[in-house]
Design a protein around this ligand. Sequence first.
Ligand code: SER
Length: 316
Amino acid sequence: MKKILVTGALGQIGSELLGKLRETYGTDNVIGTDIREAEGSHNDGPFEIVDVTNAEQLHEVANKYNIDTVMHLAALLSAKAEVYPKVAWDINMGGLVNALEVARELDLKFFTPSSIGAFGPSTPKDNTPQDTLQRPNTMYGVNKVAGELLADYYYHRFGVDTRGVRFPGLISYVAPPGGGTTDYAVEIYYEATKKKAYHSYIGEGTKMDMMYMPDALNAIIQLMESDPAKLEHRNAFNISAISAAPEDFETAIQKHIPDFKLSYDVDPVRQNIANSWPNSIDSSVASKEWGFKADYDIDRMTKEMLEKVEQKLVKQ
Ligand code: SER
């Protein structure tokens, strides 16, 4: 990877990945793109407006910078996709096929994330294997399964070096997530800091996989830099760090804010999505094929999240 184009560079993952890639590969070698104008540090290096559903525009920008890698992140998350299913199809699938076509035509390495959302109610819930039943019942899940298959297809059919992971819910103090089912696990830290209380829209006992953003960013780079000869599963490696329900966050937060109170105000749409996802996925294939390892458990992450959110709120 020498010259990388990132789509969705202002989104939940992109806004942090952009900085990390620029630190690692050089500012001028990482081209951020998004549907809106960049602000602040995202403008420190090359940045272009790209609507991923516009194949021509994506192609033009990729050509202009002579890139060798695309990291395609532009997508709608699960809860938003449930509200606007046709829009989700157009952006998530239309954008993906356009990005894969650019990778095919320009002979680029390719990364795109799948998700725990690619699993459904008939998937084994605990320690979900890498290769298992995938019959999701959400538009986001349909997009993710189709995306995994499409990326595999471009590898087998055209030899495009496609790679990907199934991300769990990602937790960060930098960019607020928008429209995800796992977002409560970010909001809880802000509300704990501001009000020492949080109403969770996900019910008690609902476990889902989670990961702190630094682990997610390291995983992307590690997978993309790994020896292709060792990759049996190119796309959609299960990776996870934490399996937690709202009350697990409560316990972790109370170690720092003893009077923190968690209550529940369950949103049926997001609860249904959460119920269809695994409790915990098995990341052992990713560990075996490219050495995946997460550094943050819930306690280490919670300590850092509370410190960083506090600093952020003081500055505002
Ligand atoms: N965090 C994502 C979501 O909730 C899962 O991929 O939609």
